[in-house]
Ligand binder design. Structure first.
Ligand code: PEP
Length: 252
């Protein structure tokens, strides 16, 4: 396949210590010198600055796992998008299902975060996807449409946007979506963004996330509708992540 722009995003969640984060970052920097695609790593907040120093000048780019919607103020414990930009982040994951579930983030909250991120030049990695129950009741399209409508409300001015289709039932469960189902959901999202953004839809990348590993990654390659992947668990260990990157590099 002649497409060198398969996007790989590693979500390290709250899984790695400082030492483990630096070790994995150095390993990836070393191993991806010939990687032909795009690689973004998203470590915990406190490690961002140190990780940035390591990857500076390499092919790896930096992303945060969340941000607040205000730039500055009395918001104890929150992190400003402006600060993320200042310390080297280019991307930020927004609306991850774990944020929605454990921190009760609503689509309206996520919408404010998307706009704040764009305002400072961060590229949002906006996560959408249905739960197991919603899937069982055939509500996938309805749920994804509602999430997109609200989280993208008033969003007009962007040069780049990533939408990650992440079915909640597939995240961290070992139950990966069938690539055909992912393609269906991606085409649904693509139609939405085309209607919503017109020509600007070409600046939107749609990627899949949920239990990707070294065995199943192959099935997600070579589909025009799948432009990349967001990986949690399998991106947190040298061996499994490197094996995934090797498969992608050969295939693309
Ligand atoms: C994620 O956290 O976005 C994710 C896709 O996790 P996992 O790969 O572990 O399912």
């Amino acid at each position: 396949m002649n497409n060198n722009h398969f996007l790989v995003i590693a979500n390290w969640k709250m899984k790695l210590s400082f030492k483990e984060t630096l070790k994995l970052t150095k390993f990836l920097k070393q191993k991806t010198k010939k990687f032909k695609n795009e690689l973004i790593i998203c470590p915990s907040f406190p490690f961002l600055n140190e990780v940035f120093k390591i990857i500076k000048g390499s092919k790896i780019k930096l992303g945060a796992q969340n941000t607040f919607w205000e730039m500055k103020g009395s918001y104890t414990g929150e992190v400003s998008p402006k600060v993320l930009k200042e310390i080297g982040c280019r991307y930020v994951i927004l609306g991850h299902s774990e944020r929605r579930r454990y921190f009760h983030e609503s689509d309206h909250d996520i919408n404010k975060k998307v706009k704040a991120a764009l305002k400072v030049g961060l590229i949002p990695i906006l996560c959408v996807g249905e739960t197991e129950q919603e899937r069982r009741f055939g509500q996938r399209d309805f749920v994804v449409r509602r999430q997109l409508e609200v989280t993208l409300q008033g969003v007009t001015n962007f040069s780049s946007l990533i939408i990650a289709y992440e079915p909640v039932w597939a995240i961290g469960t070992g139950k990966v979506a069938h690539p055909k189902d992912a393609c269906y959901a991606h085409s649904f999202i693509l139609n939405f963004v085309k209607k919503r953004f017109g020509k600007k839809a070409k600046n939107v990348k749609i990627i899949y996330g949920g239990s990707i590993n070294e065995k199943n990654i192959q099935g997600f390659l070579g589909h025009a509708l799948i432009q990349g992947t967001l990986i949690g668990g399998a991106s947190q260990k040298e061996k499994s992540f490197y094996n995934i990157l090797k498969v992608i590099n050969q295939e693309i």
